[in-house]
Design a binder for this molecule. Structure first.
Ligand code: HMG
Length: 404
């Protein structure tokens, strides 16, 4: 490898978030099932969750997230599309193949799907960095898209959600350079999984929380063993957020492991001025309203931080990615000069505000409507997004663009 290639910074050049047509208010859910709304709002740190319309899924959300990136940068240099999801719609065909057509990407691309629970998006990001390291003229489109579904009336129900984050990975990135050292931790644990014949996840909630914290400590220790930056050299820290209170638990655990006085305040909490603000509260602003978006969750946290904090140029961000089962990674990146887009947060809030509220009864009906893939059907036209899932024909899923 030449010295100049080795020195080329590689990372996130652009990033966009998309979500579903509907939202369920957790106050309404609490009211319907006799729970104190404070359990959801303060106990879990969630206000709402996104819920897809019948003509939406991971493909329509993923394509919607990627569309503005393609509109801004064109197809130039894109020869790979990596689609990460744990709510895949087919056992064989990669979801990204449908996205390739919907976006009008050239045929000369490699497309593949990544799966390892919520960690899949980070795996795709690292694979993309590897591809661009080898061929710095190429760009990789990485899409993380998921619909988080648990059984109705289960403890996991208020932690559902839906969303997608698309990222363009390139040399000399405009947003965040990904650094080489990363902390890794894999541990075979049955905390959360989704069997092939189930549309909802199976979860041992308490075990999943402790497995997440063990994995955080394991990845952090490995980052240190790999010569990565110490806690005092990391300015902001983001965590995978199945519910935003989990990020607070993680921050508390990392503070205990490192001895660093990291702020534990989420939005609305009292701030302790003796503790260091690492962007915990800022990184939860979108996820409080999206719910769990599995593979997209930590990158929705990154979007929230980059969109709200205008003082990040040259600063180092730590990202902890956890995927049940489990695989996790603690990676770091340096925010690039000129990254701040003052209009980006407005766009995301407009999308969140535009979601159509779903009454609990209607949500429960939609949640229970699982149409078989063996029969042909057409979906009702509901989504206001740029792409829709039109139904099943000859057992194959059909997708269309709703506007030019
Ligand atoms: P639960 O049993 O319903 O809740 O399950 P709880 O009784 O533990 O209460 C939750 C919190 O609310 C507690 O706070 C209570 O004190 C508080 P904590 O002790 O945790 O700080 N609380 C209240 N607060 C204010 N006012 C009240 C009130 N009542 C209670 N009145 C659980 C919670 C998270 C286990 C459940 O929702 C669940 O199973 N969720 C799904 C699994 C999950 O999200 N696990 C997280 C770690 S694993 C992960 O992140 C991976 C994942 O994204 C999947 C993947 O990787 O693919 C899930």
């Amino acid at each position: 490898m030449s010295a100049s290639t080795a020195a080329t910074p590689i990372g996130i050049h652009d990033l966009e978030l998309a979500t579903s047509h509907h939202a369920v208010d957790l106050g309404d859910l609490a009211h319907s099932n006799g729970t104190d709304p404070a359990k959801y709002r303060q106990g879990l740190g969630q206000d709402e969750f996104s819920f897809p319309a019948p003509d939406e899924d991971i493909i329509t959300m993923g394509a919607a997230a990627a569309l503005p990136i393609i509109e801004r940068h064109g197809f130039d240099g894109i020869r790979t599309l990596l689609f990460a999801t744990e709510s895949g719609v087919d056992q064989s065909k990669a979801a990204g193949v449908s996205v390739q057509r919907l976006l009008g990407l050239p045929n000369h691309v490699r497309v593949v799907e990544f799966k390892q629970a919520c960690y899949g998006g980070t795996a795709a990001l690292q694979a993309a960095v590897g591809i661009v390291s080898r061929s710095p003229g190429e760009r990789v489109l990485v899409i993380s898209s998921d619909v988080a579904r648990y059984l109705l009336d289960s403890p996991g129900e208020p932690t559902q959600g839906a969303g997608a984050v698309a990222m363009l990975i390139a040399a000399n990135p405009a947003l965040v350079e990904i650094e080489a050292a990363a902390g890794l931790f894999t541990d075979d644990v049955d905390d959360f999984w989704r069997p092939n014949d189930s549309t909802t996840a199976v979860v041992d909630g308490k075990l999943s929380v402790s497995a997440y914290l063990d994995a955080l400590e394991g990845s952090w220790n490995d980052l240190q063993a790999q010569g990565g930056p110490g806690i005092d050299e990391i300015d902001r820290i983001l965590y995978h957020q199945p519910f935003t209170k989990m990020a607070k638990k993680a921050q508390g655990h990392l503070a205990a492991v490192t001895g660093a006085p990291l702020s534990l305040a989420l939005p609305g909490d009292a701030v302790d001025e003796t503790q260091r603000d690492t962007g915990l509260a800022t990184g939860t602003l979108y996820n409080r309203r999206l719910g769990n978006s599995y593979t997209a969750s930590v990158f929705a946290g990154l979007a929230a931080l980059l969109h709200h904090d205008a003082d990040l140029a040259g600063r180092r961000i730590g990202l902890f990615s956890y995927g049940s089962g489990s695989v996790s990674e603690f990676l770091t990146g340096i925010v690039q000069a000129g990254y701040f887009d003052a209009t980006a947060a407005e766009r995301v809030y407009a999308a969140l505000d535009a979601r159509a509220p779903l009454a609990v009864e209607a949500y429960r009906e939609l949640h229970s409507a699982n149409l078989p893939s063996s029969e042909d059907y057409e979906t009702p036209r509901v989504t206001a997004g740029p792409f829709r899932f039109a139904g099943v024909k000859g057992q194959a899923r059909q997708y269309e663009r709703t506007r030019d």
